[in-house]
Design a protein. Sequence first.
Length: 202
Amino acid sequence: MSDTPKFEVIDRRKIKADEEKEHIVERKPERESAPSEPQAGPRLVTPEPPAKQPEPVAEDETPMGELPPAPTAEESREQKKAYDDAAQRLEELVRAQNPGVGAQPPVGFEHLVQQLYLSSMIQMGAGTQEGQRPRVDIMGARQTIDMLGVLAEKTKGNLNELEDRTLQTVLFDVRMAFLELTNMISMQGVQAPPPPSPTKKR
């Protein structure tokens, strides 16, 4: 029996009335000790002990039976069009309030890399104002740097020369910053106590 908590993914797409019966799953009431706070999106749940021993699942495999069905091509097109229309209306409202603001450039791959780069550097204390003590989230920085590594692995062979060079340079830079910071943390950490002195035998 596995005690590993699972994530319940909630399908937020609109479902037709005649299809709702097929997709609605009865949820068991939470334990009395658990707080009854509403949570949006995926939430951590503790499953009841299964009656039958489930087959082990490899760490890199996702149990597809627990995921909602993928949207159809038509649903994706309609949602993309609605999203673009909403974004355009928002941009027009912003420009109406601020006439000097020009049109926002389209988001590209370099914006994604730059966002992850800035996030990791801020998590490692960069950008702290002078006189203030840096606030370091070293574990958060590690996760962000690992995301850049996953991005580099999954996009291998699909980037142009400039995109690949930008990603590799950023990844090298943040990993070096992480190494320097962890070395500083190690040197400033608590030193291990001296070994106990050997007792004399009588």
